[in-house]
Each structure stands twice: as structure tokens, then as C-alpha cells.
Design a protein around this ligand. Structure first.
Ligand code: AMP
Length: 502
């Protein structure tokens, strides 16, 4: 089983079908794309990379992204796509932890990255040269071989490498057809969100179906550009965090547009406010499907399909719209107490998942694997309850996680960095509700006796070490932090302080 087979199959059956566009400019047919992928695979093998080796991808969304993913798989390698918004130091840590042997970068994102083997800027002649050599045959892979090493933020402040196998990702791709949407070769998927995450994962079902892939010319999210592409390319689907959906809808409202040209907008990755999805439906029409997943069971835990999202006549419509839907086809979902014992319907407990999309485990982290995978179940760290019809409603997270604009931020990561700033004695980081971002990062900072701490200095410390999006949007300089008898900071009290009117 090799994911690259899905590309070869379409390339053989329909070589002339358009596969890739940059903006509305056609770049490659499926035949052309598969040819480039096979040559890239040949070059990777000639560089001495062996099946099972890891290749880091640290670049902005770029037309070469897809051919690198499939080229690596074709050669039997596993990819390690890294969020382009991460700081170089964070990416370097991942490269070393993953033991990446080679890397593909764009200079704006990855200049300065060091790996033991080739580090190739995809916008240089060195990359073009890789596509000139002889093609390779698709390598044979076992279903449980790792295809994608997906780094998620970890509670300990260091990211964890989720090992996603060929079986996991093929199951994820096929589940799209069962639980999210049918895909026709005339359809197109656009990538305004990082291809290192959910947006890139959804490339897989669109390759299986032989649909068109559109990398925005801006390389990112620009509402006006997306509405333009919806008009010129048409039949456009995309994966978007709630923040992005909100911005699209704001744009549509401001310009008097509807959802014409968009086929399906899959939202997920963070909680969607009821009012926001209702407005989205009013403005853009019945184009929305929700999914709930996590790196450890990518894109596949539950889904709320188009029918449920629009079934306004149902007596429990609002409850359902506020839920994350029902278990997707290949998984079972259960609610359990802290010891893993199933809880009765309606009770809130931790969400557990079992099925073929659940990761093999964390790379080089047996303790974290043993904590997350118990008796065949994935402990998601999310809290929720199931109703009698199988709809899951998420309540809270058992982890400390903050989700801002769909990106995960663990407070500990930010706290560790702020503690290094001059004159800082103690720090506690929490999420504050925010209408635009879902949540924003707020840091409570206690200065050392006699020291003065400025917001500018705290900001500079963060900018030097972590991704910009993890930086606190607000600092509160305080004399003490509220603590319990054991000296543990009471984050709930801090959160209440933020939401309470001043
Ligand atoms: P990641 O591992 O980066 O994909 O983040 C996964 C986390 O995002 C989950 O564990 C949830 O806490 C949250 N999440 C994902 N999808 C949804 C959703 N549809 N609604 C609410 N939270 C979500």
C-alpha cells in the first residue's frame, strides 16, 4: 500500500485531466504531475535516501508542495511537513527530532535550516535539476509504514511527532467521500490554509478523485482572491478554520457577494460559534460541512454533514448545529471517565476514538504514546457528551490548549519563553475568548522584586524564539498569581479575571 499509487492510477486513466493550477493559471495535467513526481522520486533515491527515511518540508504553500509529498511517497520516504509560520528554531528542533535526512524549503520560510543531507530551495535551479533525471518506480510500502510525520504542539512545551501511516491516510481520504462530500474530476480544491496541516491532508481525496488543485498566487488567505478564484476556476472546495470562514463571510457581506463558485467549505479545527455558522449559511448558502479531528486521527473523528447543517426543520436543529456531528464511518467514538470506563449517554467525559485513522503512535516518545493510546483507544484530551442519536457535543478540553485562528498553542510553550525575559519571576498564559480568533493568548507576568518589565521586551523575547502567532496579544503585569494550596496556578481564576468586566 503506497499513497503514491492513487496518483499513478489517475495519471494512467486520465493523463490529460488538469491537476494543478497556481491561481487560475494551469500548470500540470495529471500525466505531467505524475511524471514530475516519478522523476523527483528517482532523484531522491539517487541522493542516497532509503525507504523509510524522513524528508522535511518547510515552505509556504507553493505549487511544488504536492509533487514533493507524492514524490517522497513514490520513493518510499515519509514526509515531515512543518507549519510555515513556525520560527526557524522551532523547525530546526523538529528537523533534528524527526531525524530528517533531507529538506525542501522556500527561502522566505526555511533559509538557514540545517539537515544532514540535501536542503533544496524549490525556487532554485537545483530543484528544477531534480526533475530532469530518470523516473523511479513506485516503492512498495506496508500499510503500517509511516507516510506523514505530523508535529503537533505538546503539553510539555515540545511538539510531538504523530506517525500517520499509509493506511491511516488512505482511510482518511476515502472517508471524505463517505462522510464529507462526493468529488467530481471537474471539482477543485483551493489551499488558502497551511498545506502542512488539514488543507494539505485534503489534497489526498482530491487526488484520488482526479480533481483540480489550486494554490492561491498569494500563497495564503486573501478573501478577495478566493472569491475571484471561485468565479474563474469554479466548483471550489476548501478546508477552513472558523476564523477564515468568518473573514470570508465578512468579505461576502461587505461586497454583496453570495457563495457562487464555491462548492463545499469544510470547517473545523476549532469551535465554531453558532451565530457565525448561521450567518455563514445565510450569506453563502448551503455549502458548509463540519469535521472534528485531531493530528492523532487526522480529519476523522466526527462530521456534521451538509444535510444536518441545513436541516432547519429538525426539532433539535440548533443543538445539532452546535455539535460536531456523528462518528465518521471508519471510527468508533466513546465518552469515558478518567480511567477509560464508558459513561452513560449525556454525561460529559473524555472523547475516545478507535479505528483505522488513529495514529501508530508518537515518534520517539513511548511515554506520550502509552498515555494517548490505551487498550486500542485514542484519548483525545477533548471533553464532550454523546446524545441518543450519536451526535457529539464538545464541552471543553482536558488539556490546557489554546486554539487561536485554528492554530494550536500550548500555554507551556509560551510560558517557557517568557520566563527567559529579563526581570520576569513568574508567568501564566491563558486563552481569552475573542470574536475574531476564537481565542487569543493572554500572559500574566509577575516581575522580580525591583525589576521593571515592559511589554516591548516580552514581545521581543517571544519574537526571537517562537512563531508570531503564539505571541500573547495582551500582557497583564501583576504582583502575584492566584494559586491553590499546592502552589498550582489557578488558571480558571485568571480566565475569569479576563472575561469579568473591568
Ligand atoms: P490538531 O491536532 O491541530 O488538528 O487540533 C485538534 C484539536 O482541535 C482537537 O483536539 C479539538 O480540541 C480541536 N478541534 C478540531 N476540530 C474541531 C471542531 N470541529 N470543533 C471544535 N474543536 C475542534
Amino acid at each position: 500500500m503506497n499513497l503514491a499509487q492513487t496518483l499513478l492510477r489517475v495519471a494512467r486513466a486520465r493523463p490529460e485531466s488538469l491537476a494543478l493550477l497556481e491561481g487560475d493559471r494551469p500548470l500540470h495535467t495529471y500525466g505531467g504531475l505524475a511524471d514530475r513526481v516519478a522523476r523527483l522520486a528517482g532523484a531522491l533515491r539517487r541522493h542516497g535516501l532509503q525507504p523509510g527515511d524522513h524528508v522535511l518540508v518547510f515552505m509556504r504553500n507553493h505549487p511544488a508542495y504536492l509533487e514533493i509529498l507524492y514524490g517522497a511517497w513514490w520513493a518510499g520516504l515519509a514526509v515531515v511537513p512543518v507549519n510555515a509560520k513556525l520560527h526557524l528554531r522551532e523547525a530546526q528542533w523538529i528537523a533534528e527530532h524527526a531525524r530528517a535526512r533531507a529538506a525542501f524549503i522556500t527561502a522566505d520560510v526555511g533559509a538557514g535550516l540545517v539537515v544532514p543531507g540535501p536542503c533544496i530551495d524549490v525556487e532554485t535551479p537545483a530543484y528544477a535539476a531534480l526533475l530532469q533525471g530518470d523516473p523511479a518506480e513506485v516503492a512498495t510500502r506496508a500499510p503500517d509504514d509511516t507516510a506523514w510525520l505530523f508535529y503537533t504542539s505538546g503539553t510539555t512545551g515540545r511538539p510531538k511527532g504523530v506517525q500517520l501511516t499509509h493506511r491511516n491516510l488512505l482511510t482518511m481520504a476515502l472517508t471524505y467521500f463517505a462522510d464529507v462530500d462526493a468529488i467530481d474530476p471537474r471539482d477543485a480544491i483551493v489551499y488558502p490554509a497551511p498545506m502542512s496541516h488539514g488543507a494539505g491532508l485534503y489534497a489526498l481525496p482530491h487526488v484520488v478523485a482526479g480533481a483540480r488543485h489550486v494554490v492561491p498566487a498569494s500563497g495564503g488567505f486573501d478573501a478577495a482572491e478566493l472569491f475571484g478564484l471561485a468565479r474563474s476556476v469554479g466548483r471550489l472546495s476548501m478546508f477552513a478554520a472558523p476564523t477564515i470562514v468568518k473573514r470570508l463571510v465578512d468579505h461576502a457581506e461587505a461586497k454583496g457577494l453570495d457563495g457562487e463558485g464555491f462548492k463545499t467549505i469544510v470547517y473545523g479545527g476549532a469551535p465554531m460559534y453558532l451565530e457565525d455558522i448561521r450567518r455563514a449559511l445565510r450569506v453563502m448558502g448551503p455549502r458548509f460541512v463540519q469535521i472534528y479531528g485531531q493530528g492523532e486521527s487526522p480529519m476523522v473523528i466526527t462530521s456534521l454533514d451538509r444535510r444536518h447543517v441545513t436541516d432547519t426543520g429538525h426539532p433539535r436543529y440548533m443543538e445539532r448545529l452546535a455539535s460536531v456531528g456523528v462518528a465518521q464511518t471508519p471510527v468508533e467514538v466513546r465518552i469515558a471517565d478518567a480511567s477509560g470506563q464508558p459513561l452513560p449517554l449525556g454525561e460529559v467525559g473524555e472523547v475516545l476514538v478507535r479505528g483505522d485513522t488513529v495514529m501508530k503512535g508518537y515518534w520517539r516518545n513511548p511515554e506520550a504514546t502509552a498515555a494517548a493510546l490505551r487498550d486500542g483507544w485514542l484519548f483525545t484530551g477533548d471533553m464532550g457528551s454523546l446524545d441518543a442519536d450519536g451526535f457529539l457535543t464538545l464541552k471543553d478540553r482536558s488539556k490546557d490548549l489554546i486554539i487561536s485562528g485554528g492554530s494550536n498553542i500550548y500555554p507551556r510553550e509560551v510560558e517557557e519563553v517568557l520566563l527567559q525575559a529579563e526581570g520576569v519571576a513568574e508567568v501564566a498564559v491563558v486563552g481569552a475568548p475573542d470574536p475574531e480568533w476564537g481565542e487569543v493568548v493572554v500572559a500574566f507576568v509577575v516581575p522580580r522584586p525591583g525589576a521593571t518589565v515592559t511589554q516591548e521586551a516580552l514581545d521581543a523575547t517571544c519574537l526571537a524564539q517562537i512563531a508570531r502567532f503564539k505571541r500573547p496579544k495582551r500582557y497583564e503585569i501583576v504582583d502575584t498569581l492566584p494559586k491553590n494550596h499546592y502552589g498550582k496556578v489557578l488558571k480558571t481564576a485568571l480566565r475569569e479575571r479576563i472575561t469579568a468586566p473591568h
